[in-house]
Design a protein around this ligand. Structure first.
Ligand SMILES: Nc1ncnc2[nH]cnc12
Ligand SMILES: [Zn+2]
Length: 348
């Protein structure tokens, strides 16, 4: 048993940084830093709408999800070659390793690239190569989750799935992202049914900007195994009780939620209520290059804004990240043992 009360509050930031953790909600295209955007634009002869790194970064003032997505898709337009996808993912893994992320499940948006004429194989091979090398050289376990863009049609999602099937062994699951309002999960009922038949793991963004009903239809129609964001569940107490009873994880992204005006400040975030309700909530970075921070920034800044939180909540969130991950039970247990050791050593 870890004696959380013996962990001094002033040790908490260092502990948050040092503890092993899994990242389950990272759009790899959202890890593309302005410096790398400019480097790839030059390498590929792509013209950007901004004259400098500083000007691009200055445009990162978002009012809602759509205002971010417009800039995010423009940034991704510099990705053309397999090496570009590798370089982007490698840069993320360097940050993840520094943050003691031991496992990462990376979202990627193939339609953003295939619509521009980039072959599916180019996207998946580049990302998969980076995952393999991150495991070999950094000890990070990593897998890919293919996301369908919900502002496009279900037919387009189905065609994307078929195009990706030759690379089936390189991704573990599918997700649903992009503009949420007006694009409910049930729009993608058929394609997710096919994905389930194929044995893919199922997740979906729901309840970020969209209503709690979208969380319900993600559960009931798509049959998701995790909800990405899900913070609007609190508007429906019966739904919160169901999520807790089913141990349905929520991959919450605090800095993202503030940048996209879902919550005014980190102090206003409903994460404390989610944990109190017994939900398997996790902390993640979403699009770290755009929202001001990677995993440890999210952890340290969130805890700094929530004085009621201490070592117990830190341990719980890291534990939840392993519970919610799509890895075999033995791997989860090994990471939880590492987690317990780090906390036991701090409780002196
Ligand atoms: N936060 C987010 N919500 C929906 N789609 C996204 N694509 C990248 N980031 C996203
Ligand atoms: Zn997201």
């Amino acid at each position: 048993m870890i004696d959380f009360d013996r962990i001094r509050p002033d040790r908490l930031p260092a502990l948050l940084r040092a503890m092993p953790k899994a990242e389950l909600h990272i759009h790899i295209e959202g890890s593309l830093e302005p410096e790398l955007i400019f480097k790839l634009a030059e390498r590929n002869g792509v013209k950007l709408a901004y004259p400098s790194v500083e000007a691009l970064r200055a445009a990162y003032a978002f009012t809602d999800l759509q205002s971010f997505l417009d800039i995010y898709y423009a940034g991704a337009s510099v990705l053309l070659k397999e090496q570009d996808f590798f370089d982007m993912a490698w840069a993320y893994f360097e940050k993840a390793a520094a943050d003691n992320v031991v496992h990462a499940e990376l979202f990627f948006d193939p339609q953003t690239h295939t619509e521009r004429g980039v072959p599916m194989g180019t996207v998946i091979r580049g990302l998969e190569h980076a995952c393999r090398r991150a495991h070999a050289e950094m000890g990070i376990s990593a897998s890919l989750i293919l996301c369908f863009l919900r502002h496009l049609s279900e037919d387009a999602a189905m065609a994307t799935l078929e195009e990706a099937l030759p690379y089936r062994q390189h991704f573990i699951g599918v997700g649903l992202d992009s503009s949420e309002r007006g694009h409910p999960p049930e729009k993608f009922a058929r394609v997710f049914a096919r994905c389930r038949e194929l044995g893919l793991r199922i997740v979906a963004h729901a309840g970020e900007e969209g209503p709690p009903e979208y969380i319900r239809s993600a559960l009931d129609v798509l049959k998701v195994e995790r909800i990405d964001h899900g913070v609007r569940c609190v508007e429906d107490p019966a739904l919160v009780r169901r999520l807790a009873a089913e141990r349905m994880p929520l991959t919450v992204c605090p800095l993202s939620n503030v940048k996209l005006c879902v919550f005014k400040t980190l102090a206003d975030h409903n994460l404390p209520a989610l944990l109190k309700a017994g939900l398997v909530a996790t902390i993640n970075s979403d699009d770290p290059a755009y929202f001001g921070g990677y995993m440890n920034d999210n952890f340290v800044q969130t805890f700094a804004a929530l004085p009621q939180w201490g070592a117990r909540e830190a341990w719980q969130l890291a534990h939840n990240s392993f519970e919610a991950s799509f890895v075999p039970e033995a791997a989860k247990q090994a990471w939880v043992r590492q987690l317990d050791q780090v906390f036991a050593a701090a409780a002196v």
